[in-house]
Structure formats: C-alpha cells, structure tokens
Design a binder for this molecule. Sequence first.
Ligand code: UDP
Length: 413
Amino acid sequence: MRRIAVVSYHSSPLVEPGLGDAGGMSVYVRSVSQALSKLGFRTDIFTRSDSGMLAMTEIFPGVRVIAVPAGPAGTVDKLSLTSHISEFVSGIRAFATSTRSVYDAIHSHYWQSGVAAADLAASWRVPLVHSNHTLAKVKNRHLPPGDPPEPDARLRGEERVIAAAETLIASTDDEWEHLACLYGANHDRIKTIYPGVDHALFSPSDRATARRALGLGEGPVLAYVGRIQPLKGLDLALRAVEQLEPALGEQVTLLVVGGASGPAGEREEKALRSLATSLGIADSVRLEGPRPHAATPTFYRAADAVVVCSYSESFGLSALEAQACGTPVVGTAVGGLKHIVVDGRSGFLCDSRDPSQFAGRLKTLLGDRDLARSLSAHAVEGAASFTWERTACELADLYECLVTERMPEACTC
Ligand code: UDP
C-alpha cells in the first residue's frame, strides 16, 4: 500500500468550493484522493489550519485531511500566506514525526504548496509531483483590465518548484506547452493528466424539474457556476445578455452561482451589480451566492447554456460539469476550455471578448432546438471520457513508477 502526502496549503478540501480561495482545486484534491483510496492508496492531505489548531479529519476511508497551524488564526489572504510557509513545513514535519507517518511520494497543488513540498521532499528523500493549477506567467499575459500582475514572489516560487519537482502535472496540452515554453521545464518531466468529473453527481436530467426547483419558468436561462473575480470576466456575460434580450424579444435569466474570491472579489461583485443596473438587466441577473458542490447540478440542468467568460482558464471544471449534465457551454476560447468544448459540436467558443459575438452564439443556440439537442448530446459524449477514476489511475501509475524507479524521465512517456 502506497502512502502519498498531498499538500494543499491555501485551500482546504473540507471547505465547499465557490467562495474565497476554494474552487476547482479543492474539488480536484478531494476527488482524486477519494478515487486513489479506491485503488488502495492512503493519502494525507496537509492544509493550513484556519482555527490555529492542529486537526485531523478522515473524509473517506484512507483519506485524512490534516490542518496544520501556520500564521494567524482566521482567513489570511493568499499572498500573505507566503510568509507562513516555513511554519507550515515545520508543522507537517512535527506531525509526521510524532505519528511516525512515512510517505512514498508528495503531490503538491499550487505554487505555495510546491515550495513547502520541495523542502519536505528533499529531506524525506521522496519524489515530488506538482500540479500548478494556474501559472503566473499565463495569468499575467491575459490580465483583466485593472488587475495587478502576479507578484515576483510567485514567479520565483513557481520557478523553484518547477526545477525541484520530479514530475509536473499539466491538466491540458496547453499547460504542457506553457510549462515547457514559458518556464523552460524539462519536457521529459511534464505529464499531461486530465482532471475528471463525478458522473454520479453531474448527469443529464429533466430540465423542467430543475427549473421548478429553482422557481424558474420556461424562458431562456443561462448559468455561470464559479467564483466571482475579475479573471472570470463575467461582465462579458452581462453585456451579452443586454444584446440577447432584444434579439430574442424576451427576458433572459442569468444565474450566477458562486461568491466573491480574492482581493478584488467583493469589488467585482459590486461592479457586476451596478453594471446589470446600468445595462437595464438587473431583473435578469440572479446572483445566487455560493452553493454546495452537490447543489450545483440543478443549476447546470436548468440552463439552456452555461457561460464561461474567463480571461484565462487552466482547465475549467465547471465547463466540464455543465457538459456532463448535457448543457452546452458558450465560452471564451482560452486554456482548458479549448479542450473541453468542441466549437460548433458540443458548444461554442468565442475568439474575442466582443459581447455581440457571445450574444450571437447564444442566440443561435437558443433559437434552434435541433442544434441545442445535438450540442447537448455531444457535450455528454465529450464529458464521458473525463473521470476521476481515470485521473487517479494515471496518477497511481506515475507514483508507482517514480517510487520504484526514481527516474522521472522514464515515468512520463
Ligand atoms: N462551485 C461550487 N459551488 C459554487 C461555485 C462553484 O461547488 O457556488 C464549484 C464548481 O462546481 C466547480 C468549481 O467550483 O467544480 C470551480 O472550478 P473551475 O475549474 O471552474 O474554476 P476555478 O475555481 O478552478 O477557477
């Protein structure tokens, strides 16, 4: 039986996604650990304790979340967390020593976890696998207006982790290229492993029932499911709705599921409210706030289309979840969305942030029932191959290979 130490410093898999720093990465860490446990792996997920106390919770058989104190109790913004990494590392070491926990490999998520894990991997002499989830150099190339660039500390941290990790996990071939071309990562050490989706939770079901549950009628419904921050570019969805309503001659409902995230999250939420008012669509936009992950399928199922307007998106789990529910995605042609959505077949991708292009694609979809049905069927078909079981199997093979051979180059083919 292999034991893996998973490091997820800034975001705990115990916290429901959709608010603050909890998003796709929390879903990823939780889902992969659960799938690995079914393959016989034991994982300890180390995260920062926000109560200031060490705490251990078993979330699935063989999967423990260990919250380690680092920095002050309570919420600490993600950037400030950087100064508490060494305390976090000491806490993990103390836990491992006192409980005699020994690990075969470490898998870290996001650069700050990677910095912590690089220290641990060196002293425990075990292989380090690292997933970036997002990359500063990519984000900085596609910054929303007014958003400050990612700090130098992050760029330096990412470079350090990329040099230290035996294997870097890319979630798509785009990310593979970014790691290789923007960061100069050794090609033999980058492995593309796609994230998955929980098909038991995200599956097609009756739209009318979902709409009734949400108090919606028969008119056109769009949904967005994710955190609210400038990077997600939701103003584009609002501007598209403004153009769509007169084009369709009826009111469109846009459901926004998720809460403010990051330093600019609350400002963004306020800006979206005032934008909706100034565009005259305040009655069409329903800011639903964050919803538990298990409640999100109802929103996907209720919608005619899910909109994803991100400036950059390393993967885009919500687009995959929408497709698994049979709801086509209309999104920006960025990052992982280009991999999840097949333009014209399972949804539409827009190559500009022009609201009229977005509104045009939405009008096409909403105005043609046969097309909508075909997009929906292809969306389900496209999502079918993405499963957490597959992600976990590929990771399990990688861990095994690294542990037994200690030759990362041989483990990425
Ligand atoms: N999510 C949720 N509740 C919400 C909003 C979002 O459970 O109120 C989940 C959503 O289902 C998805 C994740 O948060 O699994 C967002 O992941 P995505 O990759 O789309 O964006 P990220 O958070 O990684 O930027």
